[in-house]
Design a protein around this ligand. Structure first.
Ligand code: SF4
Length: 234
């Protein structure tokens, strides 16, 4: 059994969600069942990049993680692409036996039994600006598959329509931690990031949530974009 892997990198810090700032290794799965209009990881989605993905066994992935961390157990973030279209269960079992912890981010379109073995399942349903539609039955199945594993919602917001959608989506899951993140339309790794524009998008998000009395979500920028821009592998 092999996994399609777009990239493995770290140690670095998690730049998003409730693990923001936590030292982490990253395993980016190759392949996704969505085609979001603003996807910032086309190299892990688009089949034009398939030639750069590696077929790796869980043992090979684990060996790479141990080499990167110097054998020191740490947080491993599974991202993509959509990691849930592949079977990461054997890797998680192997890693946990060695003391590593695992978080996984997925849009919630495919439920996996190995969600229950995660230290954090980040469900990131995609708002209307993505051009995708959420299958809520599949999303609920993802939540159920995680069982008692910690779970949270993270929603990217580009505009008012996304905001309204996020509010309705979050209302379905009142007990879940909720993080909102301003959308980043600048995804070209070769173009310098406009930090002033990023700050403006963050100010807008604060104004339309906190400023209008919606106090439930935590609002976070993409910390890694502030630090490294849209560079890959950091
Ligand atoms: Fe990209 Fe994520 Fe959308 Fe897949 S779900 S296309 S990885 S943004």
């Amino acid at each position: 059994m092999t996994l399609r892997i777009a990239e493995i990198f770290g140690p670095t810090i998690q730049g998003e969600g409730s693990l923001i700032g936590v030292p982490s290794l990253f395993v980016r799965a190759g392949g996704c069942d969505y085609r979001c209009s603003w996807c910032d990881s086309p190299h892990a989605v688009d089949s034009r990049f398939r030639h750069s993905w590696q077929e790796m066994t869980p043992e090979m992935v684990m060996a790479r993680l141990e080499a990167l961390s110097g054998g020191m157990p740490m947080m491993v973030s599974l991202s993509g692409g959509n990691p849930a279209i592949q079977d990461f269960g054997p890797l998680i079992a192997r890693g946990r036996a060695a003391g590593y912890r695992f978080a996984c981010e997925t849009q919630g379109s495919v439920a996996r039994s190995w969600f229950a073995d995660l230290d954090l399942l980040v469900l990131s349903p995609k708002p209307p600006s993505s051009g995708e539609r959420v299958d809520w039955a599949a999303f609920d199945a993802c939540l159920a598959a995680a069982g008692s594993a910690p779970r949270m919602l993270k929603i990217v917001i580009f505009d008012e329509a996304d905001l309204d959608w996020a509010r309705a989506a979050a209302a379905r899951y009142p007990a879940l931690e909720l993080v909102l993140q301003p959308g980043n339309p600048e995804t070209d790794p070769s173009t310098p990031v406009d930090l002033a524009a990023m700050a403006e998008r963050m100010r807008w998000l604060v104004a339309v949530t906190v400023g209008r009395g919606w106090l439930r979500p935590r609002l976070l920028p993409q910390l890694h974009v502030y630090i490294w821009g849209n560079m890959r592998g950091v």
